[in-house]
Design a protein around this ligand. Structure first.
Ligand SMILES: NC(=O)c1ccc[n+]([C@@H]2O[C@H](COP(=O)([O-])OP(=O)(O)OC[C@H]3O[C@@H](n4cnc5c(N)ncnc54)[C@H](O)[C@@H]3O)[C@@H](O)[C@H]2O)c1
Length: 340
């Protein structure tokens, strides 16, 4: 039976607080529960959403039959078990990126989704909501850039302290590629309308040297798309630079370059001809912007912006980059979602 409204919950109230705002604002969604094992944070956020039940026990929310949708915004190493529990209880899941840490976990989530059949799953690949990038995608779709033959994106984190001093660096396993590169992998494939089939990556850990963080904090990968375009994905957590998503998109008719003040669209090779200035908002997003569309999709009103295959495919590229950076060889992307 299709639903006319949803009862939703949020687990983890960092970025999850933004998700809660978005759910509470949806006319056909009721925020019924919030959860954080940090009692101080829980109490602060609970005061903003007095009609939602508050709990420190994630399991109480993930297994509650009165909840239809859970948004999982806990630490990365909790995403897999929490997603599996929610799916086991037939819930729709919106899980923060990276939705899992390992390929074997992605396979298990895929199998659980297929076994359950009903639940939908999406993830917060929020750059798709940035007006700067939706504008670019519209221009690409209209043919303004001609045929796209090369795309480059860099996730410049600009918050090294959060990696080295916060929970990320304390996890048993953390990958900056999974945590940040996934946004760029998704963005490039969404813009190109094509999938990355092969990657070749290198990495280092110079910026965070001596911190005890056990993985690369800087990774760069060249990539090849199925249709022949080339690209580059950079994940730079050490940069002395504010948080920024560099993007350059090269077509046969024009070149787009994102900048910190505005973007530029070059339609000529003549150095005397000024590029067009594109000043659409960047990033210009609220972290809950993908949720209204996901709620609507669950209610049978269209498809979500970020589908299950988008969630799996973007992380599949990251798994390949991580493997290549450590193994030193090119790696073909293994598209887990495609496999039956
Ligand atoms: N999509 C995006 O743009 C974006 C931006 C920021 C963070 N994130 C993701 O969101 C997740 C959380 O990151 P953050 O920056 O909000 O961290 P944060 O430390 O600000 O907040 C996380 C909160 O979750 C709580 N928490 C963690 N595990 C929990 C559990 N098992 N049960 C109950 N509470 C739990 C913590 O106490 C904390 O309050 C991460 O996966 C991160 O990658 C995504």
């Amino acid at each position: 039976m299709s639903l006319s409204s949803l009862r939703a919950a949020v687990v983890g109230l960092g970025v999850g607080e933004k998700l809660a705002e978005s759910l509470a604002a949806h006319p056909d969604c009721e925020l019924v529960a919030i959860c954080d094992f940090d009692e101080v944070k829980l109490a602060r956020v609970a005061a903003r959403f007095p009609s939602a039940r508050s709990t420190v026990q994630a399991e109480a929310v993930l297994a509650d039959p009165a909840i239809d949708l859970v948004c999982i915004a806990s630490y990365d190493d909790h995403h897999f078990s929490q997603t599996m529990l929610a799916l086991e209880h037939g819930k729709h899941v919106f899980v923060e990126k990276p939705f899992v840490l390992r390929e074997s976990e992605a396979v298990a989530v895929r199998d659980a989704l297929r076994a359950q059949q009903g639940p939908r799953l999406s993830s917060n690949l929020i750059l798709r909501e940035s007006p700067r990038f939706t504008d670019l995608r519209r221009r690409i779709g209209a043919g303004d850039l001609g045929q796209i033959y090369h795309l480059e994106g860099d996730y410049k984190y600009g918050r090294l302290h959060k990696l080295l001093e916060g929970w990320r660096g304390k996890l048993e396993y953390y990958s900056v590629v999974h945590g940040g590169g996934v946004h760029i992998a998704d963005l490039l494939m969404w813009l190109a309308g094509d999938r990355i089939v092969e990657v070749h990556a290198v990495g280092n850990a110079i910026a965070g040297e001596g911190s005890g963080f056990g993985n690369f904090d800087n990774v760069t990968s060249v990539v090849r798309f199925a249709g022949g375009a080339t690209g580059k994905i950079g994940v730079n957590f050490g940069c002395v630079f504010p948080h920024f998503h560099s993007l350059a998109c090269f077509g046969t008719r024009a070149t787009f370059m994102n900048g910190t003040n505005h973007a530029q669209l070059y339609t000529s090779r003549d150095p005397e001809r000024a590029p067009m200035i594109i000043d659409t908002d960047y990033p210009g997003t609220h972290k809950g912007d993908l949720l209204p569309g996901f709620v609507d999709a669950i209610l049978g009103r269209g498809e979500p912006e970020v589908s299950e295959s988008n969630v799996f495919d973007s992380l599949a590229v990251c798994f390949a980059i991580e493997r290549s950076a450590h193994g030193g060889l090119p790696v073909k992307v293994d598209y887990i979602w495609d496999q039956r």
